[in-house]
Design a protein around this ligand. Structure first.
Ligand SMILES: *[C@@H]1O[C@H](CO)[C@@H](O)[C@H](O)[C@H]1NC(C)=O
Ligand SMILES: *[C@@H]1O[C@H](CO)[C@@H](O)[C@H](O)[C@H]1NC(C)=O
Ligand SMILES: *[C@@H]1O[C@H](CO)[C@@H](O)[C@H](O)[C@H]1NC(C)=O
Length: 344
């Protein structure tokens, strides 16, 4: 009896009305938008009252012939700023959980199986193996405490060209994850994005490397980027969920890291799997399912989640830990799915 299905109450419509206008005007090129961003805003009014989980009528996800990550995926991490050991451990164990074979269901590896459903031109699937690669500590904020999208590339450049333990250069199957500590501001953080992915420019970095940035929002905007483990102050009566690993900022990052790695695998050079007419504003497999973590999710409702004995909320198991990770688009069935779906 470790798990009980809960969380079927709707977040008040007030929340939708208050928060939505903030995000409607935003169209960053490759970015995770912090709030559920659905394409037909009138759908939001239906919230949990219909089976939403993405709406296949409006989604035309296409393959644009570019490469996807079919070889073993190695995630090289740059810890920028001040990181505690237990924080690093939560994130490492999440990444290692993606290809763990023996986690209890519903599992992070079950979630990664949905990403594996995507193929390249030759019919090769995304790799089932995701490994942690090398790590680099950038403890002294080499490029300051406020980064731009371009200076992020300089941070990566420094990490791969450092005179001591440089990160390996691994363009075909390496992903570079830049994680910034809670005292680092990154351009558009909180107001528009909680993380994003792209690839580095040879003119800055010397190579084309797929990378993602994800920030720890604990001090700057947990109600936005670590939702639902923190809630915006201006919404009275809305209670945060208890986070599964005891660190609101890092537990909130986990879903964003999952989002970005899923998209890096299926669209590493932004010419493979995405929906939308405009390649400078691709809508990718995790964008389509933002804010959906369980059956019935959509609009402002997270969907059916799991409750641990300790009262923490999560939706999947990994190695020794539990995590809350958003669902991704399943192009075989044409809706968002996750390992905790009730109809599986
Ligand atoms: C938006 O959704 C509503 C209700 O589901 C539907 O009636 C309307 O036609 C949709 N609008 C667009 C632009 O698809
Ligand atoms: C890919 O990963 C698997 C599982 O860890 C390992 O057995 C295999 O040797 C790796 N393949 C390559 C080419 O590194
Ligand atoms: C590979 O992708 C195809 C097409 O989506 C799918 O039918 C198949 O099950 C996938 N294989 C694996 C091992 O995930």
């Amino acid at each position: 009896m470790g798990e009980v299905f809960v969380r079927s109450s709707l977040v008040p419509v007030l929340l939708i009305l208050t928060v939505l206008p903030l995000f409607l005007s935003i169209t960053p090129s490759i970015a995770w938008r912090p709030w559920p961003n659905h394409y037909n805003s009138s759908d939001l009014q239906f919230g949990g009252s219909k089976k939403y989980e993405g709406s296949s009528e409006f989604v035309h996800l296409k393959y644009h012939m570019g490469p996807v990550l079919t070889a073993n995926i190695t995630v090289h991490t740059i810890w920028y700023g001040t990181w505690q050991k237990p924080q690093k451990k939560i994130i490492r164990e999440f990444i290692n959980s993606m290809s763990a074979v023996d986690s209890k269901r519903p599992s992070v590896s079950g979630w990664w199986k949905i990403v594996q459903l995507y193929t390249d031109q030759t019919g090769s699937n995304i790799s089932r193996n995701v490994h942690l690669g090398a790590e680099k500590n950038d403890r002294f904020y080499s490029h300051g405490k406020s980064l731009t999208r371009l200076s992020i590339q300089s941070v990566i450049k420094s990490a791969i060209s450092s005179s001591t333990n440089p990160l390996p250069i691994n363009p075909g199957s390496g992903l570079y994850l830049l994680l910034t500590s809670d005292d680092v501001y990154v351009q558009d953080f909180c107001g528009q994005v909680c993380g994003f992915h792209y690839f580095t420019f040879p003119s800055i970095v010397g190579y084309t490397l797929p990378y993602a940035w994800i920030g720890n929002s604990a001090k700057q905007c947990p109600g936005v980027c670590a939702y639902p483990f923190a809630v915006p102050d201006y919404i009275p009566g809305l209670k945060p969920f208890k986070s599964p690993n005891g660190d609101v900022g890092v537990d909130g990052m986990i879903s964003v890291i999952g989002h970005e790695i899923a998209e890096l695998a299926t669209n590493p050079l932004v010419n493979a799997w995405y929906a939308g007419q405009d390649p400078s504003f691709p809508v990718e497999i995790a964008d389509l399912c933002e804010g959906i973590y369980g059956t019935g999710g959509g609009g402002s409702y997270t969907g059916q989640l799991l409750d641990g004995h300790d009262g923490a909320t999560y939706n999947m198991n990994g190695i020794r830990r539990r995590f809350l990770v958003q669902w991704v688009w399943n192009h075989v069935v044409n809706y968002c799915s996750g390992p905790n779906a009730l109809d599986q």
